[in-house]
Write a protein that binds this ligand. Structure first.
Ligand code: HEM
Length: 189
């Protein structure tokens, strides 16, 4: 094994299983099979395994080439799509009284904290969520994986999950491909 393989970044299987679900539900199963074949992946993603982050990027970029939809946009849509399933997996960490605002404020400690506790191999992105006044949260996303599109999508997905999509506005402030990206979340009360 080369040192390159040893240090390869990996992510939790849930992220890949939900990408498959996104492609299947937006397109179909044969589209998913075709994508995997084109990028040379020949395993089936399992919830409890870890897989190379590069595979996710390869699949998304191939999908972008095939559909003509920019990769960043696909990442956002996928992020939005995965929320209900992701919340189902980690539902025991969610408080019944939470809505979008509280969920976002508690993501770092309660949710990504739970992810790390349940599986020590995971390294979810660092999210610093701060209140700015009564109606605004600022999320500082930090990850070498540069998946801000997924982050923006997840925030939109959380608002939709709580039936608050109409009154929650999500704005990405920094360059979409940066390691540190600032996301504004405004609440209409
Ligand atoms: C609310 C419940 C949430 C759960 C249960 C959850 C769970 C997870 C899990 C399991 C991973 C894979 C981690 C790994 O394999 O190392 C992950 C990654 C990720 N999460 Fe979350 N997450 C939540 C909220 C959020 C929120 C609010 C955001 C955005 C603001 C976010 C952004 C991301 C991104 C972008 C990744 C991809 C990896 C990366 O960027 O480095 N998550 N999350």
């Amino acid at each position: 094994m080369t040192s390159n393989q040893r240090t390869e970044d990996k992510m939790h299987g849930s992220i890949f299983v939900l990408l498959k679900r996104y492609v299947e539900s937006t397109y179909d199963y044969s589209t998913w099979r075709r994508l995997l074949e084109k990028v040379g992946v020949n395993h089936t993603y399992q919830m409890q395994e870890m897989y190379p982050t590069d595979e996710l990027f390869a699949i998304v970029h191939q999908a972008s080439e095939d559909t003509g939809i920019p990769a960043y946009d696909l990442m956002e849509r996928y992020g939005e799509f995965l929320v209900p399933d992701l919340l189902l997996v980690y539902k025991k960490y969610i408080k019944a009284e939470w809505r979008t605002y509280e969920m976002l404020l508690n993501t770092e400690e309660a949710m990504h904290g739970a992810v790390k506790k349940e599986d020590g191999r995971t390294t979810p992105p660092k999210l610093l969520v701060t209140k700015q006044g009564e109606n605004r949260l600022i999320i500082d996303y930090h990850s070498k994986r540069r998946m801000a599109g997924v982050a923006v999508g997840i925030v939109r997905g959380i608002a939709k999950y709580y039936g608050e999509a109409e009154k929650v506005t999500v704005t990405r402030l920094t360059d979409s491909m940066a390691e540190r990206v600032q996301i504004l979340v405004d609440f209409e009360r």
